[in-house]
Design a protein around this ligand. Sequence first.
Ligand code: MN
Length: 130
Amino acid sequence: MAGELIMIVEDNERNLKLLRDVLGVYGYRTVEARSGEEAVVLAREERPQLVLMDIQLPGMDGVSALRELRGSPQSSATPVVAVTAFAMKEDRERCLAAGFDAYLEKPVNVRELRSCVESYLGAGATGTQL
Ligand code: MN
């Protein structure tokens, strides 16, 4: 499938840029939110097919934003992947227990990112290998 829309929720500009650039090279379209509140609104407006969610965000954190998305009929079935800098091994379990579909650790490994995204959306429009 071509041009699938991914919402990136990330308050750190460098991390945001990395995700945007890599996903763009693969041929996915992206929209960006810099807070949990913005993510909830944007999900309603843009209907992304996948969400990459930072956990530590200003205001509403990623776990609360996930809850909001799950509570809305428009986004209740949308896969949401936690992207977190937490280093503890319990954090993966914590994220999955919170209801995230998957978990990516920062710094993001582009191969892992790609295989994770492809598992939900199929290959991006360009099929470019990085
Ligand atoms: Mn953050």
